[in-house]
Design a protein around this ligand. Structure first.
Ligand code: ADP
Length: 565
């Protein structure tokens, strides 16, 4: 018996020696730095190896302590739990997931809260253990130490210390008991485990942040491109890919393989050279439409102040440029529109004046000349009214309506007759389907303005003549009226835009026809805001257009006044 005991004792000593040997081996092993070395080194553990390092470390703890099982418990601050997280040793995933306890309870909770290790030789005798599912692990004895992370200053002084969980070693092998040496060892290892976990945690947060950022970049409406100093694409978002028709896997490729615009590439070069490239305008045809992008460039510097690359942001300025273009063509048009009637007025009145003394012109001539002068004055007034009304609408004012009961049939007749007098090339017809209501509520003048404008356009944009049909029908509580011509027609992509202010279809035929691009803008306002209706255009190029509006026929006058007041 005594011999047996001595044998056993010798064996144990040999085992301890072996272990000590192994520890010193491990401490000099580059792959697994010593506990003290590691505290500083975990910070530089390549993050993609941190998982592997941690798993290896857990295995080695098991080996050094001769423990059957090792479990790391992490404190979930949101839930207030301590729970088993991988990697573990000698415990499968299911058991690990089930191993958790409130941070206020159990052996783990006590170690976590108080920061002191616990060593126990018989779990049955440990009161706190009853609050924790140790039965799951078939625990007999064990050691539990806090998982602490420390932040140190340059002089290696601990400036911050926090406990993030606990580390358990269960069931010493060979029916032995854990001792103080094991506690000391486990405490040292726990600091390394803590650092690696903290590192991993930080890494995961950074990855999440990076993903969030990437997603924000991806969904930006502006195009975004990041080019490295060696001209590779580090980042290109969906808008930029669409602009440059770049494939999904453009990252890492040379920017010149993706972007063909020389001005854009030139600006990137300039920016990489540290120069200020200014703004660059890129014209591209996307889906058959010309789009204009304005790009701005900025160098991106790393923390060390060295250049990492260039970021380019592309903003779609097509609409802004269009408005600019429209405004300048409007100025040209408006001056022409103002000058034409003035020239006629001046010409005819001076002619009349010159002939006054010598009685050069008879009454018929005088009537004709004065008629032209009056007509041109009306044209001038209309133009000035259009300009004033547009600026009123732009200032957010409505054009003051004067609601009455309007005899729509008579109004349509009058419009047809007046406009027919203005053209010989066209035949203007009235096509009324079914019965129209005898009276509708509306502003008679403004309704007349709508019809006059649409008829004027129908005449203007059918330079080769043809039929112009004013069609009208009652549809339930509404009235649908349209003006249909056989003229130039409107390209599909302009059908909505012609109602925008200053918008004119800019093609060969239209350019010869003068206008300000304000008529339909005002018509739309009169239909929608004064008469609570809707207007739209249907058209086929070179066949003709139909401008149709639908207005309610029985609006309540008082209600309408209240809305438009
Ligand atoms: P303007 O006639 O002074 O240019 P409008 O606002 O009345 O301004 O019309 C805007 C544009 O819509 C016109 O420049 C023209 O290109 C197009 N348009 C309007 N009416 C017609 C029509 N009946 N047929 C063809 N194009 C039209």
């Amino acid at each position: 018996m005594a011999e047996d005991f001595q044998d056993k004792n010798r064996e144990l000593h040999a085992e301890i020696e072996r272990l000590k040997q192994r520890i010193s081996e491990l401490e000099t092993d580059k792959n697994l730095p010593s506990a003290s070395k590691m505290e500083q080194q975990v910070d530089v553990t390549p993050i993609d190896q941190a998982d592997v390092t941690l798993r290896r470390l857990v295995q080695r703890i098991a080996m050094i302590l001769q423990a059957e099982k090792i479990v790391i418990m992490f404190h979930d601050r949101e839930m207030g739990d301590l729970k088993g997280i991988p990697p573990a040793f000698g415990v499968d995933e299911i058991h690990l997931n089930a191993f958790k306890v409130r941070a206020t309870h159990g052996v783990s909770g006590k170690v976590f809260r108080e920061g002191d290790p616990i060593i126990y030789q018989d779990i049955e005798k440990l009161e706190e253990a009853r609050e924790e599912p140790f039965g799951l692990m078939h625990v007999k004895n064990g050691v539990c130490v806090p998982l602490i992370i420390e932040r140190r200053d340059e002089e290696n002084r601990v400036v911050e210390k926090s406990t993030i969980g606990v580390l358990h070693a269960f069931n010493k092998k060979h029916n032995e008991e854990f001792n103080d040496e094991d506690v000391r060892l486990l405490e040292r290892m726990a600091r390394n485990v803590g650092s690696i976990i903290a590192n991993l945690q930080m890494y995961r947060e950074i990855v999440e942040e990076k993903e969030e950022l990437a997603q924000t970049f991806e969904s930006l409406t502006a195009g975004l491109l990041l080019v490295s100093t060696d001209r590779r694409l580090l980042q290109i978002n969906a808008t930029a890919r669409a602009i440059f028709q770049a494939p999904q896997d453009s990252l890492g490729k040379n920017v010149e393989d993706i972007v063909k615009d020389t001005a854009f590439l030139g600006a990137i070069e300039k920016s990489l050279d540290g120069a200020e490239p200014g703004k660059v305008e890129t014209h591209l045809t996307i889906g058959g439409h010309e789009r204009i992008y304005e790009s701005q460039f900025a160098s991106v510097l790393g923390q060390d102040g060295k250049g990492i690359g260039v970021v380019a942001i592309l903003a779609d300025v097509t609409e802004i440029r269009n408005i600019d273009r429209m405004k300048s063509s409007f100025v040209a048009m408006a001056s022409h529109e103002l000058r034409t009637p003035l020239t006629a007025i001046k010409g005819f009145s001076s002619t009349l004046l010159d002939g006054l003394d010598d009685e050069l012109f008879d009454k018929a001539d005088q009537r004709e000349f004065l008629g032209i002068v009056v007509g041109e004055c009306d044209r001038l007034r209309r133009l000035i009214d259009d300009l004033l009304n547009t600026s009123r609408i732009e200032a957010g004012e409505s054009l003051k309506p004067n609601y009455t009961h309007v005899d729509i049939r008579t109004l349509l007749d009058k419009a047809q007759k007046v406009q027919q007098q203005a053209t010989h090339k066209h035949i203007i017809k009235l096509d009324i389907q079914g019965e129209l209501p005898a009276l509708i509520v509306g502003d008679e003048d403004k309704m007349d303005q709508i019809l006059t404008n649409l008829l004027n356009n129908a005449i203007k944009y059918s330079p080769n003549g043809g039929d112009i049909i004013i069609h009208a029908k009652a549809e339930g509580e509404s009235l649908v009226i349209g003006v249909k011509d056989q003229g130039l027609g409107i390209p599909k992509d302009h059908l909505l835009k012609v109602f925008e202010r200053f918008h004119r279809v800019n093609n060969e035929d239209n350019r010869k026809i003068y206008g300000t691009g304000l008529g339909l803008f005002l018509v739309k306002h009169l239909v929608e805001n004064v008469h609570f209706g809707k207007i739209w255009a249907e058209s086929e190029l070179n066949k003709g257009s139909d401008f149709i509006f639908r207005i309610p026929s029985n609006i309540n006058i008082e209600e309408a006044k209240r809305v438009t007041d």
